[in-house]
Design a protein around this ligand. Structure first.
Ligand SMILES: [Zn+2]
Length: 213
């Protein structure tokens, strides 16, 4: 089965990143929409890794710095994401605590780890079996569909706190760092070129290297 089909890249054909038209990459630009043509996204792995490192660095202050400052009858209390989650848990609001944990701690962490792992797989630093690679890629796609849930949850938590009487809530520096994590992981996922993974698998299976310009 494998190797029976000729790949478009081997024929010098590229799908336009903007409109999807298949054109000879030698034309330089898409004749329909004028976008620049590439067989693969240029410097995809380097951009993805740089953005993920920045996201991983911001992930730490996003959990250590207060995400909100609540003022209640003159009492000022500062909450990090984790302390807010613990407060909800202690008050018996288990579903909210679980949603906060999943959306603000687990999903961003898994996004960072899986994308860095996929970059390692695309460059041949790890050599997973094809089925494992497929499963982890599918999982990353699944996480990507929930990419905005994390920031949405933080918004809901702030509005829940805001509902209390005589209370005002202001966002803290942790919120800015957390927004940075969300935006950087989104851009990293957009920069990643999944076809590099399948090229790598083809190389492993056929031992015929695919040229990338
Ligand atoms: Zn086009």
């Amino acid at each position: 089965m494998n190797g029976a089909l000729t790949k478009a890249a081997a024929c010098g054909l590229a799908g336009c990143h903007a409109c999807g038209r298949v054109v000879a990459v030698s034309q330089g630009r898409c004749p329909r929409c004028g976008s620049r043509l590439h067989l693969r996204k240029p410097a995809s792995i380097q951009r993805t890794i740089a953005l993920m490192i920045a996201a991983a660095v911001l992930y730490i202050p996003s959990h250590l710095l207060p995400i909100m400052t609540a003022v209640e009858l003159g009492d000022v209390t500062q909450h990090t994401i984790i302390s807010g989650m613990i407060t909800f848990w202690k008050e018996g609001s288990y579903p909210i605590a679980i949603v906060i944990f999943t959306a603000s701690i687990l999903i961003p962490f898994l996004k960072i780890v899986t994308l860095i792992w996929l970059c390692a797989a695309a460059t041949g630093r790890v050599r997973p079996s094809p089925s494992m690679l497929g499963r982890i890629y599918w999982f990353t796609e699944l996480l990507g569909r929930w990419s905005m849930v994390d920031i949405f949850v933080v918004g809901i938590v702030v509005s829940l706190m805001q509902l209390g009487n005589y209370m005002s809530v202001a966002p803290g520096p942790g919120a800015l760092a957390f927004a940075g994590v969300v935006v950087l992981t989104m851009f990293a996922a957009m920069s990643f070129e999944p076809r590099l993974l399948w090229d790598r698998l083809d190389e492993q299976l056929t031992a015929v290297p695919v040229a990338h310009p």
